[in-house]
Design a protein around this ligand. Structure first.
Ligand code: NAD
Ligand code: DAU
Length: 339
């Protein structure tokens, strides 16, 4: 397939780009290189003959007709504002990118579909389990679970999912949605729990545990998520939603203790801080449908995956230090001229 991958310079998008190229697909990355977009995440593929990078906003209406005029079989939308805490500080960029940006892509695809109804052109929306809200009753989310987003981030992702559903229903676009649980792995921006805590501990700094630290997330390796997205792209039924999860439900405090152990630190590095407003207590996800219909299931065992991830951050100190110092922001200018 010839793919346009938005947000390909981010954490999971870059994992997907590496996978797609290794599986023989051609990839054009469209990425605005916001604070969390980092071309260093794509270093491994930068000279690949089937890879191309375009710097741009998904909400740029003028860009899409040009991109879609070229041969393309699918658009995979990873681009998003992705951090819950930032959405609590300011929801505006979340609405602009996650909702309006997605709608701009859908409208561009709608125009292509109207002009060339026979052209095969799939849209895959990379969504999240957070659209379901908190599983306080401990019942894992299925694709039938009602959407009850609690943070501005989750609300913006749910709004995008509903637009995707509507464009499939009203205009006949070929769409698939995936909803995945919490990812971990290499190249994750060090504002999220696992890379923030790991790098803080390397630096000898404390780790801020929100509230009582007993919130539950289901952790999945980013490469398993990428394999799930590719499976949904290749084998998913049009108009369907597929949940993806790691089957590793775990309290934040347990993760924290594992990270303390892997970095050779002790409990004195824990700082209990004020809880996140509206903090979802539990995410649990049922991915039976993806296993049954796509033949997908996660492969990376959590304890091995987490230990390897900590080892990756240890071995790639310059990657996270450039981010924590802000130096990574000059990467694009160094490679391509003005950012
Ligand atoms: P990330 O924050 O690491 O990367 C987001 C990427 O999108 C960056 O490269 C950024 O530059 C780009 N981007 C942001 N706004 C853009 C815009 N307007 N136009 C073009 N590019 C833009 O995010 P991530 O953690 O890799 O998440 C990727 C996707 O997966 C998101 O849609 C997120 O909602 C979803 N998701 C994430 C997780 C997780 O645990 N991180 C879990 C489930 C789903
Ligand atoms: O569930 C999927 C979602 O997982 C994705 O859609 C989001 O894009 C992704 O950011 C992630 O959201 P979370 O809010 O669950 O991830 P985060 O790493 O921010 O936090 C994980 C848990 O750790 C959560 O309960 C809050 C807690 N936490 C987080 C940070 C950053 C802390 O206790 N301290 C912290 O400093």
């Amino acid at each position: 397939m010839r793919l346009i991958v938005t947000g390909g310079a981010g954490f999971i998008g870059s994992s997907f780009v590496r996978l797609a190229l290794s599986e023989g697909h051609a990839v054009t990355v469209l990425d605005a290189l916001t604070y969390c977009g980092n071309l260093a995440n794509l270093d491994a593929v930068k000279d690949h003959a089937a890879y191309r990078f375009v710097k741009g906003e998904i909400g740029d209406k003028a860009l899409w007709p040009k991109l879609l005029a070229e041969p393309c079989d699918a658009v995979v939308n990873f681009a998003a504002e992705s951090h819950v805490d930032r959405s609590i500080l300011d929801a505006s960029p979340f609405v602009l990118t996650n909702v309006v940006g997605t709608q701009v892509i859908l409208d561009a695809l709608r125009a292509v579909h109207a002009a060339q109804p026979q052209r095969a052109l799939r849209f895959l929306q990379v969504s999240t389990d957070e659209v379901y809200g908190s599983a306080d009753d401990r019942k894992p989310f299925t694709e039938q679970t009602p959407l009850k987003p609690n943070s501005p981030y989750a609300a913006s992702k749910a709004a995008a999912d509903l637009l995707v559903r509507a464009y499939h229903h009203t205009f006949g676009l070929d769409t698939v949605i995936t909803r995945c649980s919490n990812n971990y792995g290499p190249y994750q921006f060090p504002e999220k729990l696992i890379p923030l805590f790991t790098t803080n501990l390397f630096e000898g700094k404390p780790v801020p545990v929100y509230g009582d630290g007993m919130q539950i997330r289901d952790w999945i390796h980013c490469d398993d998520h990428s394999r799930g997205v590719l499976a949904a792209l290749e084998r998913g039924k049009s108009g369907e939603v597929y949940n993806l999860g790691g089957g590793n439900a775990c309290e934040n405090l347990r993760i924290t203790r594992l990270l303390l152990q892997y970095t050779g630190r002790d409990d004195t590095f824990i700082r209990y801080v004020q809880d996140r407003p509206g903090h979802d207590r539990v995410y649990l996800i049922d991915h039976t449908k993806a296993t049954r219909e796509l033949g997908w299931s996660p492969r990376v065992a959590f304890d091995t995956g987490l230990a390897e991830t900590v080892a990756w951050y240890r071995a790639h100190e310059s990657w996270w230090r450039e981010i924590k110092s802000g130096a990574y922001l000059t990467y694009y200018a160094r490679q391509y001229g003005a950012r």
